[in-house]
Every structure is written in structure tokens, then in C-alpha cells.
Design a protein around this ligand. Sequence first.
Ligand SMILES: Cc1cc2nc3c(=O)[nH]c(=O)nc-3n(C[C@H](O)[C@H](O)[C@H](O)COP(=O)(O)OP(=O)(O)OC[C@H]3O[C@@H](n4cnc5c(N)ncnc54)[C@H](O)[C@@H]3O)c2cc1C
Ligand SMILES: NC(=O)c1ccc[n+]([C@@H]2O[C@H](COP(=O)([O-])OP(=O)(O)OC[C@H]3O[C@@H](n4cnc5c(N)ncnc54)[C@H](OP(=O)(O)O)[C@@H]3O)[C@@H](O)[C@H]2O)c1
Length: 460
Amino acid sequence: MPADHTPTLPTVAIIGAGSSGIAAAKALHERGLEFDCFEASDRVGGNWVFDNKNGMSAAYRDLHINTSRDRMQFSDFPMPRSLPDFPHHTQIAQYFDDYVDHFGFRDRIRFETAVAHAQQREDGTWRVTDGDGRTREYDMLVVANGHHWDKRWPEPSFPGSETFEGTQLHAHDYRDNAFLTAKDVVVLGMGNSAMDIAVESSYVARTTHLAARRGAWIVPKYLFGKPLDQISTLPHVPHWLNARISETIIRLHTGRPERYGLPRPDHRFGAAHPTVSGRILDRIIHGTITPRPNIAQLGPDWVQFADGTRVHADVVIYCTGYRIAFPFFDEDFLSAPGNRIELFRRVFKPGHPSLAFVGLLQPIGAIMPLAEAQGQWIAQYLRGEYHLPSPRAMDAEIRRESRRMRRRYVASDRHTIQVDFDTYRFDLRRERRRGAARAAAAGHTLPVPARVRVEEAAPA
Ligand SMILES: Cc1cc2nc3c(=O)[nH]c(=O)nc-3n(C[C@H](O)[C@H](O)[C@H](O)COP(=O)(O)OP(=O)(O)OC[C@H]3O[C@@H](n4cnc5c(N)ncnc54)[C@H](O)[C@@H]3O)c2cc1C
Ligand SMILES: NC(=O)c1ccc[n+]([C@@H]2O[C@H](COP(=O)([O-])OP(=O)(O)OC[C@H]3O[C@@H](n4cnc5c(N)ncnc54)[C@H](OP(=O)(O)O)[C@@H]3O)[C@@H](O)[C@H]2O)c1
């Protein structure tokens, strides 16, 4: 490449223009970095685009956010005050669309261009191939492909599920309750998909059974006249103390879950991803949802539960969560078996300085402001204003963090990327200050050398 064309800063490919990808794109745009953001769909917003043509959205017709408006909004682009505390998915999708226009980087997004393959070369640069076989090269790859689209089915499947003559579907494919009218429905799971879908079913189905292998502490969306997630926890107060206070408040407010016939949680409050529902307990005490233990087996038109009870069933909806997947990486390069992926502060992979992830975390609180902070961190890094610790130090921190998480959370594939919203932001700010001092001491060299230009793709 001729010297006068050599860029001064590294060039970047971002995979995904959901809320995480656009947060990263905005940060790079603002800091003068050259990038292409690849988006499989014709729109930004990912999961929040109902019936998204990428086939990856889990949004159902009546989906409202369960993290409140003020927790979810980006720091420099408040959601309109005219929106409710828990807006509808259409309002959230509109907000993300407006964000891109407000900050003016829509032209950096390559719509309807899915990344089929991303390959790192020996020198650390990336060769990105789209679905039409066209390739482009970049210095850095930022992955923001979302982690709520690859359905996790019960494994192994329940005995007899192959003989069931009704409909079995995963929550990801649920759109609305019309097809449940006058049906006998079994909903499996105790996460937020199960709560919402069981409630929706309860208005139209003949019967709705909510089956679960484990109990959960169910928290309302509102407490003390405000959204629950706006009652802040303090980063320096130990987690166990925050959790005990919250558990006491929930027990005073709603009582123990088993009082509603739900399974008794096998863990203390705070040891599982929060199950948020202002409606489920109401529907249970109205007799429109019947709590059940786990599914034991299925027959042609029935479901039997672990306690031996059996009900007639037309539909079984598996709200059993999602797998983390990167179909564009060679599996021997990087995958996430059992949803496990070891990253420094959930962004950098030690030993791979030209690779970063955004939004690959499951906060107690909303993902968006954390993705925003991650994007700013990556921009700071790419400009040589932040230097990472050594791979050894990062590995040690990753091990410490995963020990902490293992001690704290119920062992489940859904608890592999958990973070606390306030603590994560606090730790990240501190880390960015430390890394800025390291960068200054090293003379602000670029951790990712600027080698390739953003240019038109080579044909297939
Ligand atoms: C039903 C449901 C409700 C939720 N509610 C909340 C909530 O209230 N609050 C909250 O904080 N979180 C919530 N979440 C979590 C959800 O993951 C985040 O809200 C948010 O969607 C994460 O954004 P993302 O950009 O990381 O992923 P996504 O929204 O999934 O976006 C990923 C984007 O990447 C694109 N993409 C993927 N692969 C490729 C590829 N190979 N090439 C090009 N483009 C690609 C996709 O087309 C998509 O646009 C919810 C999740 C579900 C399933
Ligand atoms: N309104 C909203 O904003 C909204 C609505 C829906 C979802 N969401 C979000 O979307 C994400 C995914 O939520 P989700 O509810 O779909 O998934 P999830 O949180 O991963 O919950 C999956 C549930 O299925 C259970 N499960 C998994 N495998 C099972 C098996 N083989 N047999 C029996 N039970 C099994 C899990 O139990 P264990 O705990 O025992 O593993 C858990 O109760 C979360 O971030 C959630 O907050 C938000």
C-alpha cells in the first residue's frame, strides 16, 4: 500500500447494528475512526424490530421493555419524556433509529450485508467475507451480533416429545397469543419470556400451565412508586447486603413465591438473573395460570410433570433461553460452548488485541448504557489513549471474575455473562483510567497498528 494512503488510525469492521453495534459505531464515528458496520437486516435495532427480516428478533407483538426507560437510554440521547416508563418495542426500535440519524453515521452501516466469515490473519488484520462472497480487510473486528437469537431447546429433549401431536415452539418464534385461543397450553421456564408468554396465554387459552425446574424470585416493575431498577444499588456496598435488603423488601411486598404455588427458589435473592413481572402473580391468583414442576414427559396430547400430574396439552412453548453463537468464526478459532467465553471486562480476548465484543453481557439493569461505555472504551483503545494490561494480568482478572460469578449465581448456562450494572460501570471507569496511565507511559502508541484502508470489497 503506498505510504500516502496509509491511514493514521486502525480501520474497523463492526458486525451488527443492533443497539450494541450502533453504540459502538457512534463512539468510533465521534472519535474519527474509519469503520464499516455490517448489518444483516435492512434496519438498525436488531431484537427490537418486530418481525425483523433478519429472522433474529424475538420480539412479540405486545413486548414492552422490562428495564426502565431511564436505565436503558444512552447517556447523551435521552428517550423522549413522552414515552412511558416501560415503552413498547415499536417505541424502542424508533429510538434506536433516531439515535443513528441524530449522530449522523447511517452511511457507515452496510445494510442487508451479513458477515458470513471473519478470519484473522497472522498479522492480526481481518478478512471479512459477506454473504455474497465479497471480501474486505480491516485492522480491527468488533463483534456485536447479539446473544438472544440462537434458540436453546431442552437438551436432551423430554421423553415422548417426538410423539407429541400438538405444536411445540421456542419463545423466539412466539409472536402473539391468537393461536392459543381456547387451547391447553404449557409454558416452560421461569425467565422473563416465560412470564410474559404465560400471561398473554392466560387471557385467551382454555388452560395455561407454567412449568419450571427451578423457582425464581419474581420482582415487580414498580416499587415505592418508581421503576424498581431506578432504585440504585451502591457499587461499594457488598452484593450480598444489597441482595438481602432486596429479598426482604420483596418478601414484605409479595411474600414467598411458594405462597402462589410456585416452586420454592433454591437460591437466595440475587443469585439468578431477575425475573421481572408485574402481572404473573395476579394471573396465578386469578386461577388463569397453574404453576407446575418441570416437564417429565410428553405423549400425543398430554404433558406429564415431575410430580406425576398429567394435563391435556395442545401447545408447549419452551422459554428455555438462548445460546451464544458466532457463526462467522471458524469453530476452532472461537466459540462459546455452554455459553462460556472468557473476556477481559466482557470485551477483550487476551492474546487477540485486534478483536473486541460489545453487548456480550447480561446485566442486572439494561445492556445499552453498558454497550455505550464499551464502545467508548474501544475507541479510546484504538486511538492509543488506553493500553490493555498484559495478557497474564487479564487472564488473572478473568479467573477472579468467573470465580466471583460462580460463587454468586445458580449454576446455569444463563448465568455465564452476568454483570451488575453499577459495579460494571464503576469498574470500567477505573480500568479506563488505569489504562490511560499505561498508554501515556508508553507514549500513546497504537495497540492495533493502522495497516489497511476501508475500501470497496474485492468481488467474490
Ligand atoms: C424478548 C426479549 C426482551 C428483552 N428485553 C430487554 C430489556 O427490556 N432490556 C434490556 O436491556 N435487554 C433486553 N433484552 C436483551 C436484548 O439482547 C437487548 O435488548 C438488545 O437487543 C441487545 O442488543 P444487541 O445489539 O447486542 O443484539 P441484537 O438486538 O440481537 O442485535 C444484533 C444485530 O446484529 C446483526 N447481526 C447478527 N449477526 C450478523 C452477521 N453475521 N452479519 C451482520 N449482522 C449481523 C443482527 O441482524 C442484529 O441487527 C431482551 C431480549 C429479549 C429476547
Ligand atoms: N419483557 C422483557 O423485556 C423481556 C421478555 C422476555 C425476555 N427478556 C430477556 O431476554 C433474555 C432471555 O430471557 P428468557 O426468559 O428467554 O431466557 P432465560 O432467562 O435464559 O430463562 C430460561 C429459563 O428456562 C429454564 N430452562 C432452561 N433449560 C431448561 C430445561 N432443559 N428444562 C427446564 N427448564 C429449562 C431456565 O431454568 P434455570 O434457571 O434452571 O437454568 C430458565 O428458567 C433475558 O435477558 C430476559 O431478561 C426480556
